[in-house]
Design a protein around this ligand. Structure first.
Ligand SMILES: NC(=O)c1ccc[n+]([C@@H]2O[C@H](COP(=O)([O-])OP(=O)(O)OC[C@H]3O[C@@H](n4cnc5c(N)ncnc54)[C@H](O)[C@@H]3O)[C@@H](O)[C@H]2O)c1
Length: 331
């Protein structure tokens, strides 16, 4: 499979490296508006360099693409890839509107190409260790989840488009909250039926810099997500409270289970965890192109966008938003 990358930003080198090490896959082309940025990602692997993704598609240079660009651009790029019969792995968040999500799914289905959304949390070793701990049954049923992430939404700390709602779709929630919603619903085992949210716009930022989301899942599990900018220390922690104990994970330390006062480390952080997750995600994508079911259904990725938009509505009106709760949660 000849893979192309559109958008050579933060995680493009991780996608590129994963492509290069997987059997049956080669990094054929990298496209970015900035030629030097594309060239820097392409060079180690001898891939072609483009500045116009439509040209890359028209040249028949790739069989599949990773779309790794600003959020509101995802839809047109997915539609263009589908029109050329090219399979797609699009970075999170799937899009900035549900209409765009639906158009992307419809175009790929009609073209007969695979559409996978890059929900990397499902491939992170410390989250998979939570999943395994829950699956042993020793912890019992999930009763409550708290997900707590720090970020930095001070203007100037990241590319300007993140602060333009027309391009980004929002701030800390749609970017960082998308990861929290994804992993919490997955580990909680059900879609959400209710969400209430509060947002803060600090530092004069035009998008939210911090906020809390309180959700109820269709199986009754309550979930609280807190996202804070410029916190005194880095935080990336999910805590799952179960009938017989608790389990928590942080990519900087690992995964820990506590049952009746007894603490066990079930995953220890390794320096290769992040690259391994991106490689595993690509392998999952390649398997989907060969006909397997992907680990993360597009309906789940769409539900994450639905919840971010509902969180913005709730924060705006000051009231909770009820949802139908029928989206599939990946098993
Ligand atoms: N999975 C993860 O952990 C993770 C981490 C970071 C970012 N992301 C996602 O990756 C995507 C990109 O974010 P980023 O942080 O890399 O942003 P970025 O601004 O660093 O990189 C985006 C790149 O896209 C390029 N670009 C913009 N328009 C283009 C066009 N029309 N054609 C070709 N290239 C174009 C820009 O020049 C830029 O180099 C977003 O969806 C973001 O949410 C995911």
């Amino acid at each position: 499979m000849r893979l192309g990358i559109i958008g050579a930003g933060a995680v493009a080198p991780l996608h590129a490296h994963g492509t290069a090490v997987l059997d049956g896959m080669e990094l054929a082309a990298v496209c970015d508006l900035k030629i030097e940025v594309a060239a820097a990602v392409a060079a180690p692997w001898g891939a072609a360099v483009y500045t116009d993704y439509r040209r890359m598609l028209a040249d028949r240079a790739v069989d599949a693409v990773v779309i790794n660009t600003p959020h509101s651009l995802h839809k047109d790029m997915v539609l263009a890839a589908a029109a050329h019969g090219v399979h797609v792995l699009v970075e999170k968040p799937m899009a900035t509107t549900l209409a765009d999500c639906d158009a992307m799914e419809a175009a790929c289905a009609e073209a007969g190409v695979v559409l996978v959304v890059g929900m990397i949390q499902h491939f992170m070793a410390e989250k998979l260790a939570i999943r395994s701990a829950l699956e042993t049954g020793e912890l019992g049923r999930v009763l409550m989840i708290h997900d707590y992430r720090s970020t930095d939404y001070r203007p100037g700390t990241r590319p300007d488009w993140f602060f333009d709602p027309a391009i980004s779709g929002g701030g800390a929630f749609i970017n960082i909250g998308a990861h929290c919603l994804d992993r919490s619903l997955w580990l909680g085992g059900a879609p959400a039926v209710r969400i209430a949210a509060r947002t803060l716009n600090r530092f004069g930022a035009p998008v939210e810099t911090d906020g809390t989301m309180e959700l109820e899942l269709a199986n009754g599990v309550p979930l609280r997500i807190t996202i804070v900018s410029d916190a005194p220390r880095h935080i990336d922690e999910i805590l799952v409270v179960c009938e017989n104990g608790t389990v928590t994970a942080d990519p900087r330390t690992g995964t820990f289970v506590k049952i009746d006062g007894h603490l066990t480390q079930v995953h220890a952080r390794s320096s290769g965890d992040i690259q391994d997750a991106f490689t595993a995600q690509l392998a999952d994508f390649a398997a989907a192109v060969r006909g397997a079911n992907p680990s993360v259904d597009a309906a789940h990725a769409r539900h994450v966008v639905e919840l971010v938009l509902a969180a913005y509505e709730s924060a705006g009106t000051g009231t909770a938003v009820e949802l139908v709760g029928t989206a599939a949660v990946p098993g």
